[in-house]
Design a protein around this ligand. Structure first.
Ligand code: UDP
Ligand code: MG
Length: 325
């Protein structure tokens, strides 16, 4: 078997502070892997600029001029991390790579885990998930919310790998099948397991961000969690039906109780309890409507079938599709 061509896919959004530190690390990794004869020297580091507002794209262009192993594409505007990774993976697939590894550009994920990932690929795995062995460097809050998220997702029936984010190796064969998943609401870490193929995991320690700041405040994390759950599972709708039935039963019992009380001639109880029940029911109904609305919104977006990413520039040739490196 000839040595596989590896493309490292790196989404970047306003990362001018950290790129000068991590880019040489990625380059070095490709070179050592090539020296170890594990990957081809035609391997590339692909930066995906996700509509950054700072000098990220200029930096990427500069890297591309300095070393042929660096290449970049730019999205026409910020579309979010998941779409940026997808754009990069599809670009890599279309340009004839054999394997891709997606990783964040901030150095939080251990770059050295790539050796083991490639080795597992050479041993037959088509997908290799990077799994965080420790989260010591995350704040308690981040750890608590993140781990709660994985448990919740599994409880709701979405098959995702515990403590695995978006650091993973995917072979071109898997990407070929993955391209047939046309949904607009994408949640990669839930979708990749759906494609199947032999997989393996590699555990690594998660570090601190090397520079710059996280782009995932609580609001974005919640949005991601909500997207993840609703794009992978219908269980919330079923839970709502269940909750509706239970609440109706309780109210039915309450009505009977009220009738019995009235028949026994008890004085009318205070209005407080009535108001409480009305409010409670109103709240339950609003939540139910919200969740159902969320699914309808998803259907709406899917029926539009808008493009999931739009590439406006490439470091090797603006607007041109194929890369001939
Ligand atoms: N990112 C992106 N688009 C966005 C937000 C983030 O491409 O809208 C990239 C970002 O540049 C980084 C990765 O996604 O490479 C992860 O983001 P970050 O490190 O801010 O998230 P955290 O590690 O704190 O969850
Ligand atoms: Mg990060």
């Amino acid at each position: 078997m000839s040595k596989p061509i590896l493309w490292i896919v790196i989404p970047c959004y306003n990362e001018e502070k950290v790129l000068p530190i991590t880019a040489p690390m990625f380059l070095q990794k490709i070179k050592t892997l090539a020296e170890k004869e594990m990957v081809s020297d035609k391997s590339r580091v692909l930066f995906v600029n996700d509509g950054s507002k700072d000098a990220t794209w200029e930096l990427i262009c500069k890297f591309a001029q300095e070393d042929e192993h660096f290449i970049g594409i730019s999205q026409s505007r910020n579309r979010g991390h998941q779409n940026a990774v997808l754009a990069g993976l599809m670009e890599a697939k279309e340009n004839g790579c054999d394997i891709t590894i997606s990783i964040d550009c901030d150095g939080q994920d251990d770059i050295d885990a790539m050796d083991e990932m490639v080795q597992k690929y050479l041993d037959g795995a088509e997908v290799v998930y990077g799994v965080r062995s420790r989260r010591d460097t995350d704040t308690f809050f981040k750890r608590f919310t993140a781990e709660g998220f994985y448990h919740l997702m599994n409880a709701l029936g979405a098959d995702i790998v515990f403590n695995h984010a978006d650091y993973r190796l995917i072979s071109a064969r898997v990407l070929e099948s993955f391209a047939d998943y046309k949904e607009v609401n994408i949640f990669l870490r839930g979708m990749v397991p759906l494609v199947g193929f032999p997989s393996a995991t590699v555990s690594y320690e998660r570090h601190e961000r090397l520079a710059g700041e996280s782009h995932y405040p609580l609001s974005k994390m919640l949005a991601l969690a909500f997207d993840g759950i609703t794009s992978l599972s219908n269980k919330p709708i079923r839970l709502i039906t269940g909750a509706g039935i239970i609440v109706s039963l309780i109210s039915f019992i309450g009505v009977i109780w009220a009738i019995v009380q009235a028949a026994m001639g008890s004085v009318v109880a205070g209005w407080a309890s009535t108001v409480c029940i009305v409010c409670f029911m109103g709240g339950v109904q609003l939540i139910c409507l919200g969740v159902i609305g969320e699914y309808i919104g998803k259907i709406y977006m899917e029926t539009k079938a808008r493009p999931r990413y739009i590439i406006s520039e490439r470091t090797w040739a603006p607007y041109e599709r194929k890369y001939h490196g």
